[in-house]
Design a protein around this ligand. Structure first.
Ligand SMILES: *Cc1c(COP(=O)(O)O)cnc(C)c1O
Length: 231
């Protein structure tokens, strides 16, 4: 198509792939949202994605993200901070982002809640679950998830939306699917206690298929839309 940018066509292909996976796994049409992960990518590419309808963007470096948020204010986009939150970045994140995926300890939740400016809607929160045990330090151990959820729910300026996870790659497709299935079970368990949650954020460019098969409601896609990152 003349005039179609690479970003626009990558985005269209990603959305088509999500639709096809929804169908293949008997998921409702539109039940999987796309978060476009724009970390390390310039704002002109984000504008290209926004021009063809993408509204949700994810950033993983707090300051870099804020720079883009300010630069793109005219577009009224929805901004997600994704990944580990350092305690010296909570004020910056709480002031500028719409969502945080994910929180892994109570202290961070309390700081984000306390530092959310009055006048802004509550900050949407996904808890990051560490499903890989010792293999990675990021995320809350599954057995502490319920207590962390209660801490978030007790903060006036936070809204608990669900779970986020970044499982390490497994050596077989079956094992990969299994880990997403475990995350789905945790999500359902959390939903029994917090019925308003609606977000199971799992699946990236390399493992979106098994994540959608096992119930992801949001996939976080960077490389497939914006291309490889240098850093
Ligand atoms: C970078 C990143 C992604 C996107 O990864 P791709 O493989 O480029 O799709 C998703 N989630 C988190 C938390 C990230 O940091």
């Amino acid at each position: 198509m003349p005039g179609t940018t690479t970003i626009a066509s990558n985005l269209a292909q990603t959305l088509d792939a999500i639709s096809a996976l929804e169908q293949q796994h008997q998921r409702a049409n539109g039940s999987v949202e796309l978060l476009a992960v724009s970390k390390r990518k310039p704002t002109d590419l984000i504008r290209e994605a926004a021009a063809v309808g993408q509204r949700r963007f994810g950033e993983n470096y707090a300051e870099e993200g804020v720079q883009k948020i300010l630069e793109l204010q005219d577009l009224a986009l929805e901004w997600h901070y994704i990944g580990h939150v350092q305690s010296n970045k909570t004020r910056l994140i709480s002031t500028h982002y719409d969502w945080v995926q994910g929180i892994e300890r109570a202290k961070i939740a309390e700081r984000l809640g306390a530092q959310r400016p009055t006048g802004l809607p509550p900050l949407n929160v996904c808890l990051q679950v560490n499903i890989d045990g010792e293999a990675t330090k990021s995320g809350c151990p599954p057995e502490q998830l319920m207590a962390l959820a209660d801490t978030v729910a007790a903060q006036n300026n936070l809204v608990l939306r669900g779970i986020m996870a970044i499982p390490a790659p497994r050596d077989s497709a079956k094992a990969q699917q299994q880990v997403f299935s475990e995350l789905h079970k945790l999500y359902i368990e959390l939903q029994l206690k917090h019925p308003q949650i609606d977000t199971l954020s799992m699946g990236m460019s390399g493992d979106m298929g098994p994540a959608i098969a096992e119930g992801a409601t949001m996939v976080r896609i960077g490389t497939a839309i914006f291309g490889k990152r240098d850093t």
